[in-house]
Design a protein around this ligand. Structure first.
Ligand code: ZN
Length: 702
């Protein structure tokens, strides 16, 4: 909240004039809130307590809001955590040595004023550097808060405003000179060895800065929880940066689509395994159709579907709201939040979070590689697009196939790999250690699916120009085809489970990416032919001549199976959504796994499925229906009503004793099949939770 004394035009009434923390906490407790995050130091650079080091908001006078919020939270049985803004601070440049600096020495401002006079507010976001005095300022803030207040923990925001800024302040320059004997690369150098050396140095600096702040909090009181927003997903973070976090948190504010939210949950889960994670959901429509954070409420169905996806994945939900200028809550928003929260309790059997003693059933795990994030990030330290991984995940979700993520850290580690298939979605750089683990995984019976330029990337020895995994693929890289529009075509005579349901003698499109020609090793089979387009004709781009090169290679490797696909099918599916592409992706995973997953969903492509196994062998299947907003990949829309889906069936693998709906206990009818059982579900509105008792579970046998 801006301080009307010095951050607003003259003539405005003082902000926060009617604030009543006890009333706010009472309203929140009645609406189902279990923990309150309250701003201690915000992005306006204002503090809401008796600080010795920061700027106290003048609208609250002599009051100490944090003390009042803490006391009220204890009174009403809420946990309370403090929000501290790290690097985006409207007062952050008041002390010149705190400012992050551009290469020309000017302070870094992320949103310089655009000069639109009728816009009520032009957000400027001065960025603070945490390498020097700015960090000491933040350390002083968190120390006085941790020592002086009855709080449960800290939520640290916006490390990334500085974390992704190449900072040329004097401190950063001197530090880089000391460490590397060189200058920070100028803006014209954003690739190559010099840039990558800075990139590596900078990620280490980021981790050191965050960890010092987190350790400062814990050194005051070790029981305080800590986390930082946007854990692990940006290129400026290495895996180590999340190590001191008690839980990983990320925000979903942009109506990115339900598939993106499901993937974000799995990213969070992949970073810290069975630890719980948090997703921040916004009360606002944010960045929808070009509007930034309008004063609105998301529709109830939208919020409930988002909350159900987070909870099904083992996460917990944060509802982000703001108070009105006078300091009171917006009661319409509180009521909306209360109604949205109502979807969560029935999803938690016995009020036990899935993370406690449960484990996620892993079937197809997609590799999320930080090494490749750096390659893909190129000149940026910020957000990394991974269209192949994203599209592959969407295709599996829309096919009713269970998926999750495996990090390159987990793959390179020593723990057993419990999934049935590992997918390498255009993962260009594969380390020797990763290749060794993958060979062992497949040799022992695991499945491997790899697409496009996987393992073709540069190593320390320079560009490979051959697959590092050629022995697994059973093929060698030759060159790309010469057309951005080409096809895969499978003949009517070809019989293979990878082709189930695919059209024959029909050109399946591969648009805007050059398919790769490969040469098969002896005894290895290829499927289909890459087909080139007719030249000189653009309408419909008709296919013309077949090449000798297969778009798909599949083989047995010891006890396991490998599928290599020569085009980026995930990216193509994410962009164009062709049904044939989706089927090809799901077929590849099932064939490599030597069978379907522990469950598969036969229903519309709007269902998110997550399967958990409890300690007693009982399985819990969450199904979240998002029909009403279009398919999972729909973006930039808000769902106003959910459309119940009928006739959904679940294929269960193995002997099943009983199945019932939770929490009502209604039995679910099923018929036995060769693989196990096929369950016929009642209509699904937003969420359905099934308790599946296998015949061999301890609950059934004791
Ligand atoms: Zn700096």
């Amino acid at each position: 909240m801006p301080d009307s004394a010095d951050q607003m035009p003259p003539g405005q009434p003082p902000n926060l004039r009617n604030i009543d923390p006890e009333r706010i906490v009472r309203q929140l407790a009645a609406a189902g809130v279990e923990a309150l995050y309250v701003h201690a130091k915000d992005n306006q650079g204002n503090c809401y307590y008796d600080t010795q080091v920061g700027h106290k908001h003048s609208g609250i006078g002599e009051r100490d809001l944090l003390r009042e919020f803490a006391a009220a939270s204890r009174l009403h049985g809420l946990a309370i955590l403090f929000y501290v803004q790290l690097t985006r601070d409207r007062r952050g440049h008041a002390e010149p040595s705190y400012a992050a600096r551009n290469a020309d020495g000017q302070p870094v401002i992320i949103h310089p004023a655009l000069g639109r006079p009728f816009n009520p507010t032009l957000e400027q976001a001065p960025v603070m550097c945490l390498a020097g005095g700015g960090r000491d300022y933040i350390l002083a803030i968190v120390r006085e808060l941790a020592a002086g207040y009855d709080t449960d923990g800290f939520w640290l925001d916006c490390f990334g405003w500085w974390g992704q800024t190449v900072c040329y302040c004097l401190v950063c320059q001197a530090r880089y000179q000391a460490d590397h004997g060189a200058e920070i690369p100028p803006p014209s150098v954003r690739s190559g060895d010099i840039w990558l050396r800075y990139f590596a140095w900078r990620r280490r600096l980021n981790t050191l800065c965050l960890h010092e702040i987190e350790r400062a909090i814990r050194s005051v009181r070790s029981s305080l929880s800590v986390t930082h927003n946007n854990g692990a997903i940006f290129a400026y973070e290495d895996w180590a940066m999340s190590e001191l976090d008690d839980y990983v948190t990320n925000e979903c504010q942009n109506q990115d689509g339900f598939a993106a939210l499901g993937l974000l949950c799995r990213r969070n889960w992949a970073v810290k395994g069975e630890a719980p994670f948090e997703i921040e959901l916004w009360r606002f429509n944010s960045k929808m159709m070009g509007i930034s954070r309008e004063y609105q409420l998301r529709p109830l169905a939208q919020l409930q579907a988002e909350m159900a996806i987070v909870t099904a994945n083992g996460g917990f939900v944060q509802y982000y709201d703001q108070i009105r200028p006078d300091g009171t809550l917006d009661e319409r928003s509180v009521a909306r939040m209360r109604d949205a929260f109502a979807i969560i309790p029935p999803m938690l059997p016995g009020r036990v979070l899935p993370a406690q003693g449960w484990r996620r059933c892993r079937y197809a795990s997609l590799l999320w590689s930080k090494t490749n994030d750096v390659v893909r990030a190129g000149s940026k330290l910020g957000r990394v697009e991974d269209p192949e991984l994203e599209g592959f995940a969407t295709a599996l979700a829309e096919s009713g196939v269970l998926y999750d993520l495996i990090t390159d850290r987990e793959l390179a580690g020593h723990a057993p790999l419990p999934m049935e298939v590992i997918v390498l979605p255009n993962v260009e750089t594969i380390s020797a250690r990763e290749a060794e683990r993958l060979r062992g995984f497949v040799a022992a019976g695991g499945g491997l699916v790899a697409t496009y330029r996987t393992s073709l990337g540069e190593t320390e020895d320079g560009p490979l120009l051959r697959f590092a995994l050629a022995d697994l693929f059973g093929a060698d890289y030759l060159e790309p085809v010469s057309y951005l529009y080409s096809y895969q075509k499978f003949a009517a005579a070809e019989e293979h489970p990878l082709l189930d349901g695919l059209p024959r003698d029909w050109p399946i499109s591969s648009w805007d990416r050059l398919q790769l020609k490969v040469a098969l090793h002896e005894g290895v089979d290829g499927l289909g032919r890459i087909v080139l387009p007719m030249r000189g004709m653009h309408m419909g781009y008709p296919a013309q001549e077949a090449t000798e090169y297969p778009p798909v290679v599949c083989r047995n490797y010891r006890k396991g199976r490998v599928v290599y696909m020569a085009s980026p099918l995930g990216e193509i599916y994410g962009r164009y959504g062709h049904d044939d592409t989706r089927r090809q992706i799901a077929n590849a995973v099932r064939w490599a796994a030597q069978g379907a997953g522990p469950v598969e969903i036969d229903g519309p492509p709007t269902i998110e499925a997550v399967l958990w196994q409890a300690g007693d062998g009982v399985h819990w299947l969450h199904l979240v229906n998002t029909a009403g907003a279009g398919p999972l990949r729909a973006r930039m829309t808000a769902m106003h009503a959910v459309l119940p889906v009928q006739g959904v069936r679940v294929r269960w693998r193995g002997p099943l004793a009983r199945a019932q709906r939770h929490p009502c206990g209604t039995p679910i009818p099923f018929e036995r099949s060769a693989e196990g059982a096929i369950l016929a579900l009642p209509a699904i509105e937003i969420h359905l939770l099934l308790e599946l008792v296998p015949a061999d579970s301890t609950r059934e046998t004791t």
